[in-house]
Design a binder for this molecule. Structure first.
Ligand code: ATP
Ligand code: MG
Length: 363
C-alpha cells in the first residue's frame, strides 16, 4: 500500500516558522514509528502571489484535491495589503475551502493541564477539557437569499435569511457523528428549534442521521442554553454540532476557555473520498502574525496540534495523535513557554524551534 499523502502549504509570516517544527515531528514519525507520509510542499497566499501572481496556483489546487490531507500554516501580511481583492493572500485559502467544499469546520477546545490557570474559569472547570465543536461552514444565515439592505416604505431594512436544506444538514451531521465515533461517542446538537424553522428541520434531520449511528449518544440543546452550559460545566460535552452562525459564536467561546491563540488547531472537512475519509484541510486558528514573524517567537503548538488532528481524523492514527498531544502536555508541564504563554514571573521564553525540539524529545 502506498503511504498516506500530505500537502504542506506553509504560507506567509509565521506560517513557515511553525511548519518547520511540524516537519521535525513528521520526520520523527517516519524514523521512529514507521509512519511515513508522502509529503509535498507548495506555495499559498502572498508567497504564491510573489512567484505566480496568484494566491493559489491551479497546479496547487489540483494537488490539494488529490492528497489525503492538506496542512496549512497561515496567509497574509502587510506587504500584500494594497493588492487587488481578487489576488489577496486570503483568497488562496478561500479558494481551497470552496473548491474542496469543506462544509464542516472543526474547532477543538482542549485544555492542557499545565495551562489550566490561564483560563478565566476555575481550574477544575477546564483542566483536562477536550471537546470538539463542529460548525457548518458553507450555508445558513451567512449565505441565505434574500439578503441585502432594501427600501421599505420610508425606511431601510437589513435582511439576512437563515436557510438550510435537508442535505446540507445531513452531511454536516454525518461528519459530526463520524467524529463522535472516533471520540467519546457523545454528540450534542445545538439550534433554536423553539423559535426557528431551520432549527426544527435541523433537529429532525440530525435525529434521523443518528439512526445510522446507534452507538452515539445524541442529545439536543437550544444554542443559548448551550452557551450557558459551555461556561458552566464544559466537560459535560464531547462533540457539539451546530449551524454556521451559532458555531461562529460557540467555537470562539469554547476556544477561549483554554487560553492562547498560539495553542488552537482547527480542521475543515468535506465529503468522504474514495478511501472513505473526508477531504480535509488542517490549520492553526491564528493568522500570519506579522508583528512577530521572523523573530523565532511564534508558538508552533497550534500547528503541531493541527497535525495531531490530521493523524486522528485523516490517517486513522488516533493513538499517535494522543501520543503527540501528551508530548505537548508534558513539555508544558516541564514549564516550557513560548512568549505568548508567559504568565509566571521569572520564566524565560523559549524560541519556536526550542519548543519544537522539546516536543520531539518528549515523543
Ligand atoms: P488573521 O487576519 O490572519 O487572522 P490576525 O491579525 O487576526 O490575523 P494573528 O495573525 O493570529 O491575527 O495575530 C493576532 C495576535 O496574536 C498577534 O499579536 C500575534 O502576534 C499573536 N499570535 C498569533 N499567533 C501566534 C502564535 N502562534 N504564537 C505567538 N503569538 C501569536
Ligand atoms: Mg483574524
Amino acid at each position: 500500500m502506498s503511504n498516506p499523502s500530505l500537502l504542506i502549504l506553509p504560507g506567509d509570516g509565521i506560517g513557515p516558522e511553525v511548519m518547520a517544527e511540524v516537519r521535525k515531528i513528521i520526520d520523527w514519525y517516519g524514523t521512529k514509528r514507521d509512519l511515513t507520509f508522502d509529503v509535498s510542499e507548495d506555495l499559498v497566499g502572498g508567497a504564491a502571489y510573489d512567484k505566480h501572481g496568484v494566491p493559489l496556483a491551479d497546479a496547487t489546487m489540483d494537488k490539494a484535491q488529490e492528497v489525503d490531507a492538506v496542512l496549512l500554516g497561515a496567509v497574509g501580511g502587510p506587504k500584500y495589503d494594497s493588492l487587488d481583492f481578487s489576488v489577496k493572500p486570503e483568497r488562496g485559502l478561500l479558494r481551497l475551502r470552496k473548491e474542496m467544499d469543506l462544509y464542516a469546520n472543526l474547532r477543538p477546545a482542549q485544555c492542557f493541564d499545565a495551562l489550566a490557570d490561564f483560563s478565566s474559569l476555575k481550574r477544575d472547570v477546564v483542566a483536562g477539557l477536550d471537546i470538539m465543536i463542529v460548525r457548518e461552514l458553507t450555508s445558513g444565515v451567512y449565505f441565505g437569499e434574500p439578503r441585502g439592505i432594501f427600501e421599505e416604505g420610508n425606511e431601510r431594512v437589513g435582511i439576512n435569511t437563515q436557510r438550510y436544506t435537508e442535505s446540507e444538514i445531513d452531511r454536516v451531521a454525518r461528519s459530526a457523528f463520524e467524529l463522535a465515533m472516533k471520540r467519546d461517542k457523545k454528540l450534542c446538537s445545538m439550534e433554536k428549534a423553539n423559535v426557528m424553522e431551520s432549527g426544527v428541520l435541523w433537529r429532525e434531520v440530525v435525529t434521523k442521521v443518528g439512526e445510522d449511528y446507534p452507538e452515539v449518544e445524541l442529545s439536543h440543546m437550544y444554542a443559548d442554553a448551550g452557551a450557558m452550559q459551555l461556561t458552566r460545566w464544559p466537560k459535560q460535552f464531547d462533540v457539539i454540532v451546530t449551524d454556521n452562525l451559532f458555531g461562529d459564536l460557540l467555537s470562539d467561546l469554547a476556544a477561549m476557555l483554554t487560553g492562547s491563540l498560539g495553542m488552537l488547531p482547527s480542521a475543515s472537512l468535506g465529503a468522504p473520498m474514495a478511501n472513505g475519509r473526508p477531504k480535509a484541510l488542517y490549520e492553526p486558528v491564528h493568522g500570519s502574525a506579522p508583528d512577530i514573524a521572523g523573530q523565532g517567537k511564534a508558538n508552533p503548538i497550534a500547528c503541531i496540534l493541527s497535525f495531531a488532528m490530521a493523524l486522528r481524523y485523516s490517517f486513522d492514527a488516533g493513538d499517535e495523535a494522543t501520543r503527540l498531544e501528551e508530548a505537548v502536555n508534558a513539555v508544558l508541564a516541564d514549564g516550557l513557554r513560548t512568549a505568548d504563554l508567559l504568565g509566571e514571573e521569572g520564566v524565560q521564553p523559549v524560541s519556536t524551534s526550542e519548543m519544537g525540539d522539546a516536543i520531539v524529545a518528549k515523543l
